[in-house]
Design a protein around this ligand. Structure first.
Ligand code: SAH
Length: 257
């Protein structure tokens, strides 16, 4: 009996270790591409990205061709800190420093599809983080405005976006729950941090006929991903979609350095 318990403990510990592997910044062997500690090449990442689109995104029902193309094109690994880069195309969020995360690829694709935007639209994003979601959007829409409250993250994202040539993305360091009044109203707004409720300034900066996708806290310690539509009369209709888990939207606080 003791032996069985021992084996069970080993199995449980292995599972825990395996799921948190990318969060442990250790230098070890890795199975994907090239093997060992050899540096991955761009073609290896491109192959991983194609697999990610097929196995994580299309397989779960995302269909919008613009979104699938964007996910296949944007080099997610360039938005992931070096220590975690080899895990860039894993089916999970990853740490980007300062307690924040880059969202799971599927969630980025799903939220982008939900926004239902095209090349005539101007989009506001709250929670720049790594800049990855902004880059994905920038390949689809006319202009992206994105706000980050942690200065170090905002500056790093701005730099990555500039280096990779995403010229239609504008980054601001500020409290995004106040929106970006002088650039609005927006055709669509995406919030990539968990709100207590939909911030009023964001509702007023959404164009009539526009859409907002936002995770709002529920009673189960996670959030409901809401699609909020504003009709031509300016009324709001919010639909719950799936449960998600995001880092919190910090409201009414000073910008963190
Ligand atoms: N979209 C990002 C991931 C977002 S993580 C990406 O593609 O990488 C959520 C981000 O929201 C964090 O970087 C956090 O600092 C930021 N954030 C939290 N509260 C905020 C606020 N009030 N205004 C702007 N950004 C905020």
């Amino acid at each position: 009996m003791k032996f069985v318990t021992f084996i069970l403990i080993i199995i449980v510990l292995s599972c825990v270790f395996y799921s948190y592997r990318p969060f442990m910044n250790f230098k070890g062997k890795d199975s994907i591409a090239n093997g060992g500690n050899a540096k991955f090449k761009e073609e290896d990442y491109a192959r991983e990205r194609k697999k990610m689109v097929e196995q994580q995104i299309m397989a779960r029902g995302v269909k919008d061709k613009k979104v699938l193309d964007a996910m296949e094109k944007v080099p997610r690994h360039m938005f992931v800190p070096e220590g975690y880069r080899r895990y860039s195309y894993y089916d999970q969020p990853l740490p980007i420093g300062l307690g924040q995360t880059i969202s799971q690829p599927y969630i980025v694709a799903l939220m982008t599809e939900m926004l239902d935007v095209d090349n005539e639209d101007t989009v506001l994003e709250i929670g720049t983080g790594s800049g990855y979601q902004a880059a994905v959007l920038s390949t689809i829409v006319k202009e992206v405005y994105t706000i980050e409250i942690i200065e170090a993250l905002g500056l790093r994202a701005e730099e990555s976006l500039k280096n990779l040539g995403y010229d239609n993305v504008n980054v601001k360091i500020s409290d995004g729950s106040l929106g970006w009044p002088d650039k609005g109203p927006f055709d669509a707004i995406i919030v990539t941090a968990a709100a207590e409720k939909i911030p009023d300034p964001l509702i007023s900066q959404l164009k009539p006929g526009g859409r907002m996708v936002i995770p709002v806290n529920n009673t189960f310690y996670s959030q409901d991903l809401l699609i909020v539509e504003k009709n031509d009369a300016g009324n709001i209709d919010a639909k719950k979609t799936i449960p998600v888990r995001f880092v919190p939207l910090v409201e009414g606080e000073k910008v963190a350095k």
